[in-house]
Design a binder for this molecule. Structure first.
Ligand SMILES: Nc1nc2c(ncn2[C@@H]2O[C@H](COP(=O)(O)OP(=O)(O)OP(=O)(O)O)[C@@H](O)[C@H]2O)c(=O)[nH]1
Length: 418
């Protein structure tokens, strides 16, 4: 079985309220003909009823949000669409409330982030914050869409001005790949079709950029990491000797015959087989969900990590993190939280807050008060049992954690291991 690693692109959209996110997503889906007929009929009817001339594209994603708001805990809606070149998953995160949490949730697995800027307003505080989070999450590709170009007479000078301002902030962050596209989501300029109003722009429209971003090297194919989610032991007579470890490959490539080590125990063995829903495979890589069986009968349980023998993560109880705090209740000094790291769950205590990042200047501030909502800071934590960790830079899965408040069961923070 071979899977085209280029096939699926995950992206997120960020912008402040009214920058035109919903309209842009609606336009992408509408012009690329990804909206289903029945949805379109409903949107046309509602648009007419509300006195719109054409179709109100924002209705499309807004309708989606209504669905989502019916009792789902995470405020991120996922939208799927396909073109002949690629499959896409959009994590649509509302800009207004709790944007840090939403963006972290929506963007942690994204290949690309679209940062929307209203051409009239240029780079604003939210742009800086979203960009900082995107760089913190190391989203490999940033596409800055300068929207509402129709409201600045499609002027190249305004586009250049905003681009220069953004370059200034991008240079202070570790953003590797930034592109700029002047668009009008409302009128469809440079979204799916090339604009007739901005002949000074020689780049491609947004959809073309999304279809051709080079993403196969976004995946870590080097470090073999397989967090065990479940141990599978069929109870029936026929499969009595079967013992498999189910989970999702976080990174690297696994093959039968490879020498592995199980952590934290340190027991070694050799991969006997890799099973999937559609049969055995001779090779498996991230993000495939598989069942691995081993040659030896060793003790493996949920929360353990299978790694390649000659390439192991760090095993540690003391962890340095960049932490995004996103709970209404501030962090309690030295309080214990539940920590979730891959399939492993332990307890952890925040030992020290080293500094807080000032989102405006990107400078390091002293923490005079407790950590409050939307704070981004460098912290040291200690866990009750060792975790098998990598730096977030090398591995977005084994390099990230979340903290959960035991009493309320709410996710209070997300952390990237330094
Ligand atoms: N003139 C003009 N108006 C636009 C453009 N894009 C969006 N708008 C308008 O800007 C307003 C806000 O657009 P939305 O798409 O609802 O904004 P949003 O960012 O999704 O806002 P939330 O969904 O509330 O986060 C709407 O009235 C849109 O019609 C554009 O390119 N040109």
């Amino acid at each position: 079985m071979t899977i085209d690693k280029n096939q699926l692109l995950r992206f997120t959209t960020a912008g402040s309220v009214d920058d035109g996110k919903s309209t842009l997503i609606g336009r992408l889906l509408y012009d690329s003909k990804s909206i289903f007929e029945d949805q379109l009929d409903a949107i046309e009817t509602t648009s007419k009823r509300r006195g719109h001339e054409g179709v109100d594209l924002a209705l499309f994603t807004d309708g989606l949000r209504d669905e989502r708001e019916q009792g789902i805990t995470i405020d991120v809606a996922y939208r799927y669409f396909t073109t002949p070149k690629r499959k896409f998953i959009i994590a649509d995160t509302p800009g207004h409330i709790q944007y840090t949490r939403n963006m972290v949730t929506g963007a942690s697995t994204a290949n690309a982030a679209i940062i929307l800027i209203d051409a009239r307003h240029g780079v604003i505080e939210q742009t800086k914050r979203h960009s900082f989070i995107a760089s913190l999450l190391q989203i490999p590709h940033i596409i800055v869409c300068i929207n509402k170009m129709d409201l600045v007479d499609y002027k190249e000078a305004r586009f250049n001005e905003i681009m220069a301002d953004y370059e200034e902030i991008a240079s202070k962050m570790l953003i590797k790949d930034v592109r700029y596209i002047p668009i009008s989501a409302l009128n469809g300029d440079n979204v799916v079709n090339k604009s007739q109003n901005m002949d000074w722009y020689h780049g491609a429209p947004l959809l073309h950029v999304l279809e051709t971003l080079h993403i196969s090297s976004d995946i870590n194919k080097i470090d073999g990491r397989f967090p065990v989610q479940t141990v599978i032991r069929p109870q029936n007579e026929a499969h009595r000797d079967y013992r498999g470890y189910a989970g999702r490959i976080a990174s690297g490539i696994f093959k039968p015959g490879q020498e592995i080590v199980v952590l934290p125990s340190g027991f070694t063995s050799v991969i006997k087989s890799i099973d999937t829903f559609s049969g055995n495979v001779q090779e498996a890589f991230a993000p495939m969900s598989v069942v691995i069986t081993l040659e030896d009968d060793i003790d493996v349980s949920r929360g353990d990590l299978i790694a390649k023998k000659n390439n192991m993560p760090e095993v540690s109880q003391d962890i340095d993190l960049m932490l995004c705090w996103f709970n209404n209740l501030p962090a309690k000094p030295r309080a214990k939280y539940k920590i979730q790291h891959t399939s492993n769950e332990q307890k952890a205590m925040i030992k020290e807050v080293v500094y807080k990042v000032n989102i405006d200047t990107y400078e390091r501030d002293k923490v005079d008060k407790e950590l409050t909502m939307n704070a981004i800071c460098r912290v040291k934590i200690r866990t009750t049992k060792p975790l098998m960790i990598d730096s977030y830079r090398t591995n977005r899965t084994t390099g990230s954690i979340i903290l959960i408040d035991d009493a309320t069961n709410e996710t209070v923070a997300a952390g990237m291991i330094v």
